[in-house]
Design a protein around this ligand. Structure first.
Ligand SMILES: Nc1nc(=O)c2c([nH]1)NC[C@@H]1CN(c3ccc(C(=O)N[C@@H](CCC(=O)O)C(=O)O)cc3)C=[N+]21
Ligand SMILES: [Mg+2]
Length: 283
């Protein structure tokens, strides 16, 4: 039997439809949700993501602003633009596309965004709120994963979860969200001894390492839920995840594909956070 596939595009369409209704309701009272996106440099993948985010905003009836800077821009210019966006009441969300060029202090940039407009949930204040169990903005990728688990009715209470990857943008917030749902959470990383020992115990396995096809079917417990957060490009330019889908789908009970899985849900939850920020501005 092959695994049930969670279709991230279909779920995105459904959720974005609901968001569009809320956006229209806000617009009718004079507030159109607005996301400002800042892109520094010419990385082609980043340009594609930013284009997708902007298009998704407009389709959901939200406004988007886009500022693109050359890779060698003075950071002071970007800080000044963020300050301007922080002060602009018509802007509800601000996203600085990562990664930034090496001469940027990324942490300082993220801390300069007003926590009330930090729709990525990367500001230390929002990270702290999530750890304390009172999230203000949930980082978009782990938020999207939670929606996917919910839509597939994957039981969470008491489940053994193994997350492979410990990044600030996926692994760590993912662990906090699943812990809050009473999962038993293990975080593995590049220095973990005997990775397969851990992954084979997982009822829910989240792969967020950035290494193409590194999770193979033999590393998965039969019937497990496998969430693939990886976005890797092969030499031929094909997109593939951290999970070897062909072998994994024969073992897993539920699985997410790449493309068409977590990626579209990340953008959907960015829209959700922007809308949420705009709704809060009413109160
Ligand atoms: N401040 C910031 N916030 C982010 O949320 C952020 C970021 N920086 N930097 C880069 C990563 C990556 N990310 C993706 C979003 C959507 C897809 C997505 O839609 N993927 C499509 C395919 C798109 C394609 O063809 O390349 C899919 O998986 O089906 C992928 C990756 C957001 N990120
Ligand atoms: Mg994100």
């Amino acid at each position: 039997m092959t695994a049930k596939i969670i279709d991230g595009n279909a779920l995105s369409t459904e959720v974005r439809g609901q968001l569009a209704e809320r956006a229209a309701a806000l617009t009718s009272v004079g507030i159109t949700p607005c996301l400002a996106v800042i892109l520094v440099g010419e990385d082609p993948a980043s340009a594609v993501y930013v284009r997708n985010k902007v298009a998704a905003c407009e389709k959901a009836g939200m406004i988007s602003l886009r500022d693109v800077y050359a890779a060698d821009v003075e950071p002071a210019l970007v800080f000044a633009r963020i300050a301007e966006l922080n002060a602009d009441p018509s802007v509800h969300g601000i996203l600085v596309q990562l990664p930034l060029p090496k001469h940027f202090d990324s942490e300082a940039i993220l801390e300069s965004i007003s926590p009330e407009k930090d729709v990525d949930g990367f500001h230390a204040e929002n990270v702290g709120a999530l750890m304390q169990g009172n999230p203000r903005f949930i980082p978009c990728t782990p938020y999207g994963v939670m929606k996917m688990l919910e839509s597939a009715k994957v039981p969470l209470k008491g489940a053994e979860v193994v997350i492979v990857g410990r990044s600030n943008i996926v692994g760590k917030p993912m662990a906090m969200l699943l812990l809050a749902q009473s999962c038993t959470v293990t975080i593995c990383h590049s220095q973990s001894r005997d990775l397969a020992f851990h992954t084979r115990r997982a009822d829910i396995l989240v792969a967020a390492v950035g290494r193409a096809k590194m999770i193979t079917g033999d590393m998965i417990k039969p019937g497990a839920t496998v969430i693939d957060v990886g976005i890797n490009r092969t030499a031929e330019g094909k997109l593939c995840g951290d999970v070897d889908f062909e072998t994994a789908k024969e073992v897993a009970g539920v699985i997410t594909p790449v493309p068409g899985g977590v990626g579209p849900m990340t953008i959907t939850m960015l829209l959700a956070n922007t809308l949420e920020a705009a709704e809060r501005s009413l109160k």
